[in-house]
Ligand binder design. Structure first.
Ligand code: PLP
Length: 399
């Protein structure tokens, strides 16, 4: 009975939890922490979506078990979204499943299609479920880079040549959490061809489908003709409609993968609360102005943050998409490492960020900054950061 459980032994301490615990403790002490750590939207969902939730929740027959794979109307709404946004045709019966957030969908699909000992190709750094979903399912991870350049293709080739057993699944996530990198359709075209040649399934996480800036809409891998032969894609209402707590996401694409996910889900859950599914239909089918408004709002925050932090002496590349900036540690402070730097930023500047190393070893040297506070708070964060940097002897101030 002393031996740790097999799966628990494979889950290392969650590095980001250390910073979260410190943030919590600081708040309990009454300190005003500017929280740019978690990717938790600070904006409300559209009012008509909340109205629909309330309206349906008042119906006496809306409180029983729902359908594990999602009500038909919601699967149709998701298919319509793909048609409208990407020109992709999906069969709501066989190519769409509703998930309890995309995180649950990824984890359930991982457990459905992974055998113990399989090797999975996942980005490093990555959003944790991209690796741990598969580790929990008993697989091993071979890391690939996130930057979609020639080294990426090189890493894929090497992984296929030298990994035993041969990898069976590749995870991609663009716009990337945590690095905010993006790809174009040509990247996906090459990826689909590569996957077919190498007999590898592709799982694409498109959680930030609508948070793109500078007028450059994010593509879907399913826009590539024939992508459905090898790929599924996950999307989410969490960021698009600021509905993170509602736990509403989707997987769409390859029928065999969707059937596997649907089947395992049917053993585990009864689907989301029906009023939430009805409200999700309202979000997808209703007026979409809020999506544009929120995109502009994050865009503005991005510009404010990059400018204010730059003036404070911390040069951060402007992300092209997502709600994050992936910030290299100021060169003078790289020796601290991202965890120590994040802790000091919290205790000395009262600004919470996420240490890059929490997303994998290749995230070391960076922190992830979430744009989930308003412009005024972002400017305040920059002033605090400036004081902190000066206290560390970093006195660079932009001209
Ligand atoms: C890349 C990525 N995928 C998935 C998720 C999980 O989203 P959901 O709320 O749909 O589970 C997140 C949340 O931050 C994310 O950043």
């Amino acid at each position: 009975m002393e031996e740790e459980f097999y799966r628990i032994k494979r889950l290392p301490p969650y590095v980001i939890a250390e910073v979260n615990a410190m943030r919590h403790a600081a708040r309990v002490e009454g300190r005003d922490i500017i929280d740019l750590g978690m990717g938790n939207p600070d904006l409300p969902p559209p009012p008509h979506v909340i109205d629909k939730l309330c309206e349906v929740a008042r119906k006496p027959d809306a409180h029983g078990y729902s359908q594990s794979k999602g009500i038909p109307g919601l699967r149709r709404a998701q298919a319509n979204y793909y048609e409208r946004r990407f020109g992709v045709d999906l069969d709501p019966e066989t190519e769409v499943v509703v998930t309890l957030g995309s995180k649950e969908g990824l984890a359930t699909l991982a457990s459905a299609i992974t055998a113990p000992g399989d090797t999975i190709l996942a980005p490093n750094p990555s959003y944790p479920i991209h690796t741990f979903g598969f580790i929990i399912a008993g697989a091993s991870i071979r890391s690939v880079p996130t930057t979609p350049d020639e080294q990426y293709w090189d890493a894929l080739e090497k992984a296929m040549r030298f990994t035993v057993p041969r990898p069976t699944i590749l995870i991609v996530n663009y716009p990337s959490n945590p690095t905010a990198e993006t790809v174009d359709l040509a990247f996906y075209e090459r990826l689909v061809a590569w996957a077919k040649e190498n007999k590898v399934w592709i799982l694409s996480d498109l959680a930030y489908s609508e948070l793109y800036y500078d007028g450059n809409p994010t593509p879907s891998i399913l826009q590539v003709p024939g992508a459905k032969d090898v790929a599924v894609e996950f999307t989410s209402l969490s960021k698009t409609y600021s509905m993170a707590g509602w736990r509403m996401g989707f997987a769409v694409g390859n029928k065999k993968l969707i059937a596997a996910l649907t089947r395992v889900k049917s053993y585990i859950d009864y689907g989301a609360f029906t009023p939430i599914q009805a409200a999700a239909c309202a979000a997808l089918n209703g007026p979409q102005e809020i999506v544009d408004t929120n995109r502009e709002l994050y865009h503005k925050r991005r510009d404010v943050m990059i400018e204010a932090f730059g003036r404070a002496g911390w040069e951060i590349p402007a992300p092209k998409a997502s709600m994050f900036a992936w910030a290299p540690l100021p060169p003078e402070l790289v020796h601290m490492g991202s965890l120590e730097f994040s802790k000091e930023l919290l205790t000395q500047a009262e600004v919470a960020v996420a240490p890059g190393v929490g997303y994998g070893e290749d995230g070391e040297g960076f922190v992830r900054i979430a744009m989930v506070e308003n412009e005024q708070r972002l400017r305040q964060a920059a002033r605090n950061v400036k004081r902190y940097l000066q206290s560390k002897g970093v006195n660079r101030v932009a001209a």
